[in-house]
Design a protein around this ligand. Structure first.
Ligand code: GLU
Length: 281
């Protein structure tokens, strides 16, 4: 059987909630069904959003819920040297470039699907005289980048038009999620990414970066995300309630139902083929 390496990559911004349980459960079940490995990685680069103690809480929650991960935990903040080395390499190759644009200067650009501004390419051919670099962006192209998502079907995006050259190093000096996730998946030999559909619109960007780095593109399966009563994605920011770890069986059963599963077994084909599901309470 071909090797399967899956992963769960929570951001330690708060205790585990129902939305993160759904991603953990589906990625775990898929890896186990394939007799593969299931890795856990902490996406802790966004220090301003990181909450002290949350990483430990998440790991303890995973244990209490009965998840067992393979190999050592990977912590993104321990890999800054690697991320910066690749950033330098991309810059040397002329693929990444410094950008001086402020949020304010981009206010006239159209909104991308994820609510950020489509980058109009202002600094693509060099900084305007007197301007200082704030961020580093990756050059994109106009050809469509497509992928067959195992749940959501065929998707494609023209990254240059729909997103624009995107940020690899943020103005606050933090390595952007898009760069870190691609390098982590590549370095860990991840073959299968199972995660929330809120990241569907990031996938073409990640594939673009994988191609530039000569990395293999994993298979993708994007799960419906759970929405609260106001139609927002469950997250710490939207006040999602932490999982009740005194009732691990009940929480798992609820996540299984959300994913369209019966009481027993696991079948990805039963996961509803939509991007979001209302799941209050
Ligand atoms: N850390 C991201 C999140 O919690 C997941 C990143 C990924 O799975 O690629 O939403």
């Amino acid at each position: 059987m071909a090797e399967y390496v899956g992963r769960f990559a929570p951001s330690p911004t708060g205790p585990m909630h129902f939305g993160s349980l759904v991603a953990a459960l589906a990625s775990y079940q898929e890896a186990r069904a394939a007799h593969g490995k299931w890795l856990v990685r902490l996406d802790d680069l966004d220090q301003p959003r990181t909450q002290p103690g949350a990483a430990d809480q998440i790991l303890r929650a995973l244990e209490q819920l009965g998840f067992e991960w393979d190999g050592p935990l990977l912590v993104q903040s321990s890999r800054l040297e690697r991320y910066h080395a690749v950033l330098d390499e991309l810059t040397r190759r002329g693929l990444a470039y410094p950008c001086s644009c402020t949020r304010r200067e981009l206010e006239d650009s159209a909104l991308a699907i994820d609510g950020a501004r489509i980058y109009p390419g202002t600094c693509r051919y060099g900084l305007a005289p007197g301007k200082a670099a704030r961020a580093i962006r990756l050059r994109t192209h106009s050809a469509p980048i497509g992928f067959a998502d195992a749940i959501q079907g065929w998707l494609e995006q023209r990254v240059e038009k729909e997103v624009g050259d995107f940020v690899l190093l943020r103005a606050d000096g933090i390595i952007a999620y898009q760069l870190a996730v691609v390098l982590d998946d590549m370095d860990q030999g991840v073959t299968d990414v199972v995660r929330g559909a809120d990241l569907l619109d990031s996938t073409a960007r990640q594939i673009h970066l994988q191609r530039l780095l000569g990395a293999r593109t994993p298979r993708y399966a994007h799960l419906p995300v759970a929405l609260n009563a106001s139609g927002e994605k469950l997250s710490k920011q939207t006040g999602a309630r932490p999982l009740d770890l005194s009732e691990p069986k009940a929480e798992l059963a609820r996540a299984r139902r959300f994913l369209g599963q019966g009481e027993e077994g696991w079948d990805l084909a039963r996961v509803p083929r939509i991007r979001a599901i209302y799941a209050p309470g």
